[in-house]
Design a protein around this ligand. Structure first.
Ligand code: SF4
Length: 126
């Protein structure tokens, strides 16, 4: 059987037919699309779990005055800020003290910088 000249017209490749083109049923097409979508969603979830970095331009970061470098905080705008305050010594830091980036309760799945700061900074209890 000769392969159709335009495989997009109602045909998808069939790996089992040695590179030839075989029509797929509507059910097979739907199953393949759903499987592909699930794989893409899984990849997206894995990326989110890895912790995308917060951008200083993100809406939440702007609202909270987040900076990746505590020494760059505007002292006039945030007079309660102290140079000793940074994310890794904040009660909301979810990482180890030496991690460069880690989660923060204020930013959901995104990670903040170890040396960063925002106006929600709080001394850990104890
Ligand atoms: S709440 Fe704490 S850990 Fe989170 S961004 Fe602000 S200073 Fe950093």
């Amino acid at each position: 059987m000769a392969a159709p000249s335009n495989p997009v017209q109602g045909h998808l490749p069939c790996e089992a037919a040695h590179g030839g083109w075989q029509p797929l049923s509507r059910r097979e097409v739907i199953i393949r699309l759903v499987a592909g979508g699930a794989a893409a969603a899984g990849a997206g979830l894995a990326h989110a779990q890895a912790g995308a970095h917060v951008e200083e331009s993100d809406e939440t970061a702007v609202t909270l005055g987040d900076k990746h470098d505590t020494t760059k905080v505007d002292a006039a705008k945030y007079p309660k800020h102290a140079a000793t305050q940074h994310c890794a010594n904040c009660s909301f830091w979810q990482g180890k003290p030496d991690e460069a980036w880690a989660g923060c309760a204020m930013f959901g799945r995104k990670h903040v910088a170890n040396a960063g700061w925002c106006q929600v900074w709080a001394k850990p209890p104890g």
